[in-house]
Every structure is written in structure tokens, then in C-alpha cells.
Design a protein around this ligand. Structure first.
Ligand code: DX5
Ligand code: ZN
Length: 223
């Protein structure tokens, strides 16, 4: 299975956002991960569709928009118009999850659903085949630089099994505390899109950081 690395711009230097996007693109990023936070669903506040659209203009890489916001339905159109390729909503933030997923598809965007560490896979069981991506949080959402929660590993493994059983294409993305070490654990469990913020932007060499995350996850798959 091909492994993709999605640097999270949350850990970039926002004074030079365009340059930082180009830098991770040149360093081998597969997706650009954009963390949208509203100060309600999570304690932190980041940015909205305007910034997503600004980033859209400096890269052709897929924009992987992670909405950590209450009532995401209100903003799906705005993020789609801003140029999102994937829109991922939190199951915990959606009362009518199937409707939200359908709406994302109608907008011509690939739908994803994110689950907090404590949320069971059962919450998405009956919508799984409608999704292009499932994002399993490996930290509690809200901030970069938190410690990877190992308890999520069996959930990654189980999700990969479910997807193989049903036999459809769907990314298994992990987000939070991913670095070249934890990349082995999630790669072995079956994740194929690895989000990394601080481990990429905090590294002395962006290309080396992206390469070692991808390489370690890939190598662990074979074990
Ligand atoms: C956390 C965000 C993550 C975060 C990851 O709520 O969803 O994408 O930026 O940062 P690191 O890789 O530093 O844990
Ligand atoms: Zn994220």
C-alpha cells in the first residue's frame, strides 16, 4: 500500500505561509493538511475558508481540510469554493452525519469523517462505504505537539480490516503525534495517510522528515 504524508500547516510559520506550503511541496508532501478550529468544538481557533483559498493559489497538491468545528454543514460550501479536495468533518460534531457526507459529495468534494480517540468505529459503520477517507485522531484535537495515544492502534487495525472486508477504496488517515517513530506503529496497523505537524516543521530538514515518516511506515507494513 502506498503511504502518503500530509504535513499539517498548523505548525508552519504563518508569517511565510505561502513559502512554507511550497517548501513542503518541494520536500515531497502528498497532501496539504489544513486544520480549521472554531473555539467551540475545540478550544483553539485557527483559520477559515479565506486562508484555505490563499493556499489553494500556491499549490496544486490536494488540500485535505480537517474541520474541527461545530455544525460544519454551515460551512461546507465555503470550503468547497475555497478549493478543498477533501473535507473531513468530526462524527462528534454532526447530528445527521449521512446528510453531511451526502452534501460534501454533492459539492464535488471527497468526504472524510474524523473520530476522536474515545469515539468508537461503530459511529461510522453504516456510512463507511460512502467515504473516501476516515481520519482517526491519535491525540485529542485542538493543538499540535501533543503525545501520540497508543490506545488508538487497535482501532486503526480494525478500520483497515473493515475496509478490506467491504472491499472499497478509502484512506485510513492518522493525525496527532506522528513522527518517524510512531509512523512505524501506525504503518503496521494499516494507516496510509500520515498527518504530521511538528515532526515536519520542527525538523532541520523538511524533506528528510517527510521521507523518514513515509519510509518507516512503509517498512513496518511488510513486517
Ligand atoms: C490537532 C490537529 C493536527 C495537528 C498535528 O488537532 O488536527 O493536525 O496539527 O500536529 P502534531 O503532528 O504536531 O501532533
Ligand atoms: Zn488535523
Amino acid at each position: 500500500m502506498e503511504i502518503k504524508v500530509a504535513p499539517s500547516m498548523l505548525s508552519a510559520d504563518f508569517r511565510y505561509l505561502a513559502d512554507q506550503v511550497r517548501a513542503v511541496e518541494d520536500a515531497g508532501a502528498d497532501f496539504i493538511h489544513l486544520d480549521v478550529m472554531d473555539g467551540h468544538f475545540v478550544p483553539n481557533i485557527t483559520f477559515g475558508p479565506m486562508v484555505v483559498n490563499a493556499i489553494r493559489q500556491v499549490t496544486d497538491l490536494p488540500l485535505d481540510v480537517h474541520l474541527m468545528i461545530t455544525d460544519p454543514d454551515r460551512y461546507l460550501k465555503a470550503f468547497s469554493s475555497a478549493g478543498a479536495n477533501f473535507i473531513t468533518v468530526h462524527a462528534e460534531a454532526c447530528t445527521h452525519l449521512h446528510r453531511t457526507i451526502t452534501r460534501i459529495k454533492e459539492l464535488g468534494v471527497q468526504p472524510g469523517v474524523a473520530l476522536n480517540p474515545a469515539t468508537p468505529l461503530d459511529n461510522i459503520k453504516y456510512v463507511l462505504s460512502d467515504l473516501n477517507l476516515v481520519l482517526l485522531m491519535t491525540v485529542n484535537p485542538g493543538f499540535a505537539r501533543q503525545e501520540f495515544i497508543r490506545g488508538v492502534i487497535p482501532k486503526i487495525r480494525k478500520l483497515r480490516e473493515l475496509i478490506s472486508e467491504v472491499g472499497f477504496e478509502c484512506f485510513v488517515e492518522v493525525d496527532g503525534g506522528i513522527n518517524p517513530e510512531t509512523a512505524r506503529l501506525v504503518g503496521q496497523a494499516g494507516a496510509d495517510v500520515l498527518v504530521a505537524g511538528s515532526a515536519v516543521f520542527g525538523a532541520p530538514n523538511l524533506a528528510e522528515a517527510i521521507h523518514s515518516i513515509r519510509y518507516n511506515a512503509k517498512r513496518a507494513q511488510l513486517v
